[in-house]
Write a protein that binds this ligand. Structure first.
Ligand code: SPV
Ligand code: MG
Length: 290
């Protein structure tokens, strides 16, 4: 069974798919190991991993290669963050074909203009494309997918751009009419009020997707109870956890003048061997190396 069908089955069974961000095959494996349903192949995380801002400077090829590797190594569905679709509807035709081939279960495409600016940054330039233009991009994505189960998520940045709920709803309805399977509505408000109001106003024919980074007090249970949301994405918690862990470990080693102090607070070498598939490698060696 393909990744997209698996994704749709989890959605049908659980009602709410829980996805965690990842930026590398190893982080994707840890997402799967922890028990999340899906990987969020985050553009923000990958940009941060390269030490770059999330402003369309990391290329589609870099993100695509990472998506493929994460799908292969994690074994759970990958929701690919394809930003603006890397250009116009023609670029979308090419991108979606590539992402499907790379094993993505879903693609999320946002209604900002290319090059985009990351959503949560204060004072970021948030230029949107026209509704009709974005409908064309959704239709292009739908038309090119080979597996009808590939989930096309249309993401509106209307609230991020400060255009208000009426514009966000108008766009969401237009994107649903163009054939989006799910609608991601993003907000940078510090409380969930704006998102909760949108969710209540949404008639609920296609499920919503939320990324609660800026309003973290909204729990998964709070989201499930709304009955309107099919996918909740922890947008950047892998890279933030990694940054915090590395900063504290590196600072301690410098301050303590050696590595002894951190020894029990970091993963053991054996744990990393296990993640690398060391046991299987030894079996293969004993079978084939003569
Ligand atoms: C990402 O993780 O790349 C996202 C979510 O698109 S956000 O950074 O909040 O826009
Ligand atoms: Mg992104």
């Amino acid at each position: 069974m393909g990744a997209a069908t698996t994704f749709r089955q989890i959605l049908a069974k659980k009602g709410l798919v829980e996805a965690m961000a990842a930026h590398s095959p190893l982080s994707a494996m840890l997402v799967a190991e922890a028990g999340f349903d899906a990987i969020w192949a985050s553009g923000f995380e990958l940009s941060a991993m390269y030490g770059m801002p999330d402003v369309s400077v990391v290329s589609m090829t870099q993100h695509l290669d990472m998506t493929r590797a994460m799908a292969e190594r994690s074994g759970i569905p990958v929701v690919a963050d394809i930003d603006t679709g890397f250009g116009n509807a023609i670029n979308v035709l090419y991108a979606v074909e590539q992402y499907e081939r790379a094993g993505a279960a879903a693609i999320v495409m946002e209604d900002k203009s290319f090059p985009k600016v990351t959503s949560l940054i204060a004072g970021g330039r948030q230029d949107m494309v026209r509704i009709e233009e974005f409908q064309g991009k959704i239709e292009a994505a739908r038309s090119v997918r080979k597996d009808k189960d590939l989930v096309i998520v249309a993401r509106t940045e209307a609230l991020i751009a400060g255009l208000g709920q009426d514009e966000a709803l108008k766009r969401a309805h237009a994107y649903e009419a163009a054939g989006a399977d799910m609608i991601l509505v993003h907000s940078k408000q510090k409380t969930p009020d704006e998102i909760l109001s949108f969710c209540r106003a949404w008639p609920g024919r296609v499920p919503l997707v939320l990324v609660p980074t800026s309003y973290p007090k909204l729990s998964f249970a709070d989201v499930a109870i709304l009955g309107k949301v099919g996918l909740i994405i922890c947008g950047n918690h892998a890279i933030r956890a990694a940054v915090a862990a590395m900063q504290s470990t590196f600072r301690r080693i410098i301050a303590e003048g050696g590595i002894a102090g951190v020894e029990n607070d970091i993963a053991s070498v054996a744990e990393v061997f296990a993640l690398q598939g060391d046991t299987k490698m030894r079996e293969l060696e004993s079978t084939y190396l003569r």
